[in-house]
Write a protein that binds this ligand. Structure first.
Ligand SMILES: [Zn+2]
Ligand SMILES: [Zn+2]
Length: 302
């Protein structure tokens, strides 16, 4: 059983299991008299559970969501905005109405069909994406929530404009024009993905997601029997709290290449099919600086 408050696996003693353990295998503990764990409680709407298929898909969604919430806890980021918006999730099946995955004022909506491997792969190919996962969706959508907290009305607003562009340009028009494009070529040195070119907010959300991919994978690396130098070992004691961006990237670059080589040896596609160009590195660095600055403010205010 996983105890999210201590970020540890624990033997079930005084802690109780989440009510969703039976139905979707949730492995987080609950506190006191709560029925649901800190992750399940954030799911405001669950999908229609009339079929075993939907239950199976929902299980996958919650598993990815717990990984996201674990990242956020390790990073020390709150689940409530300055204006009081709270992070919540609507997991909806599209049997009756079409469901668009997205974010609005803290509420992340996810189309349950994204948990179906065949459906998601078909969409990935249709949208010409090199990578499409449930966890990737969650890490992208939460990036929109944190733009408001970490960038909007902070000292990072001006650097954001300089590096990501002017976010005041019409969002709906930018997204419509993105989906209307016939020429799918784009400046690969300037953006981590094609979708990042649609609007500066999407570029931020894509970059934020990649920042979480990097930290989470480095965190998993810490448990592997590898010979690493002293500085690398220091970073891996807690990559989520590493204050030196260069130290993170120095580990990530060879690791991502190694991951891809491992996958190719197994006849699979690259695990991390992206290039971190100097421009993208600058964007990731801004995400890192904004998170570090936020944590420092919280520390001083405490
Ligand atoms: Zn739970
Ligand atoms: Zn987005």
């Amino acid at each position: 059983m996983f105890d999210p408050s201590s970020i540890n696996l624990t033997k079930l003693a005084f802690n109780q299991s989440c009510r969703n353990r039976e139905i979707i295998g949730c492995n987080w503990c609950v506190k006191g008299a709560d029925w649901y764990c800190d992750s399940c409680r954030l799911t405001r709407t669950i999908p229609h559970l009339g079929s075993t298929r939907n239950v199976m898909l929902w299980r996958r969604v919650e598993e990815a969501k717990r990984r996201l919430l674990y990242d956020l806890r390790r990073l020390g980021l709150p689940l409530v905005s300055r204006s009081g918006d709270r992070v919540a999730f609507d997991i909806l099946s599209d049997e009756i109405n079409p469901i668009l995955t997205g974010h609005l004022s803290g509420v992340i909506t996810l189309n349950l069909a994204e948990a179906d491997d065949v459906e998601r792969e078909a969409r990935r190919v249709a949208f010409r994406e090199p990578y499409r996962t449930l966890l990737g969706h969650f890490r992208h959508e939460i990036g929109h929530f944190y733009w408001d907290l970490l960038v909007n009305s902070t000292t990072f607003q001006a650097p954001f404009k300089l590096i990501f562009g002017d976010e005041t340009q019409d969002y709906q028009a930018a997204i419509s024009s993105y989906y209307g494009r016939t020429d799918r070529s784009y400046d690969r040195s300037g953006f981590i993905s094609e979708y990042a070119t649609s609007h500066p907010w999407e570029d931020w959300a894509e970059t934020f997601a990649h920042f979480l991919h990097i930290l989470s994978t480095l965190d998993s690396l810490a448990g592997l029997p590898l010979s690493l130098d002293e500085r690398a070992r220091q970073t891996l004691t807690d990559p989520y709290l590493e204050s030196d961006f260069e130290a993170l990237l120095a580990l990530w670059s060879p690791l991502s290449r190694g991951l891809n080589e491992l996958n190719r040896s197994l006849g699979m596609n690259d695990a991390y099919p992206f290039d971190i160009s100097p421009a993208v590195k600058g964007k990731l660095h801004l995400v890192h600086m904004a998170i570090v600055a936020f944590r420092e403010q919280q520390r001083l205010a405490a």
